[in-house]
Design a protein around this ligand. Structure first.
Ligand code: G3P
Length: 238
């Protein structure tokens, strides 16, 4: 099975830039499809103001965040009805930047999960530890990541789990292959969901990461912002 290659643009790229990017991505994937029998599953997550209709042939558009309601008095948020307008049916939940910068608790994240599960969304559910937890050893790591999965239906067929160690996000220093392998092996005992790795993935390390057991794909931040560097990661997946 070909891997899942996903891009989280965070608060980067304007709507106009995402429109150009999406066209280039569609033509890249069309080219890949015509030359190889299969191409990887590609999903991109632009900011809320840059959401486009999810009507491309070779990849899907997802939302980085949304509130657990159809619509209503939730200033600063978007809801299911705004996503439905763009035919969007995938969402990131539990990203460490939401957990830390926006103080999203496990209880709050659970509500989002339940709501978007009931709506049938493909949920990219993110987990990952701070450096001090990793330094405390294997048991501490397992306890921490298990707590981030608590209340989540880990057998939901539309669930994808992205393991993103916080200390590797945006630092240019990815976890080592040994760390990724050991953590993904451990996570595979907790859930049957596909497991993605995220944290300083780039065109150079993607091939090696994707070749590891229990790694079903990658979730890419910085290296997804330019189509040239995202293309290298897609090529590493072929
Ligand atoms: O969600 C993807 C992300 O957090 C990883 O970011 O910049 O380390 O690839 P980056």
């Amino acid at each position: 099975m070909l891997p899942i290659i996903a891009a989280n643009f965070k608060a980067n790229l304007t709507r106009a830039e995402v429109q150009i990017y999406a066209k280039e991505l569609e033509s890249l994937l069309t080219h890949i499809k015509s030359n190889t029998k299969a191409s990887p599953q590609v999903d991109i997550f632009p900011s809320a103001s840059a959401l486009l209709n999810d009507d491309f042939t070779h990849f899907h558009i997802g939302a980085q965040n949304a509130y657990f309601a159809l619509n209503g008095g939730f200033t600063g948020e978007i809801g299911l009805s705004q996503l439905t307008e763009f035919h969007i049916s995938r969402i990131l939940i539990g990203h460490s930047e939401r957990r830390t910068l926006f103080s999203e608790s496990q209880e709050f994240i659970n509500k989002k999960f339940q709501f978007y599960k009931a709506a049938g969304f493909c949920i990219y559910y993110c987990i990952g530890e701070p450096l001090e937890v990793r330094q405390r050893g294997e048991n501490a790591l397992k306890d921490f990541l298990s707590a981030q999965l608590s209340g989540i239906d880990v057998s939901y067929p539309q669930l994808i789990i992205a393991y993103e160690p916080i200390w590797a996000i945006g630092t240019g220093v990815s976890a080592t292959m040994e760390q990724i392998q050991a953590t993904h092996n451990m996570l595979s005992t907790l859930t049957p969901a596909p497991l993605l790795y995220g944290g300083s993935v780039n065109g150079t390390n993607a091939g090696e990461i994707l070749a590891l057991q229990n790694v079903s794909g990658v979730l890419v931040g910085s290296a997804s912002l330019k189509i040239e560097s995202f293309r290298e990661i897609i090529h590493a997946a072929l």
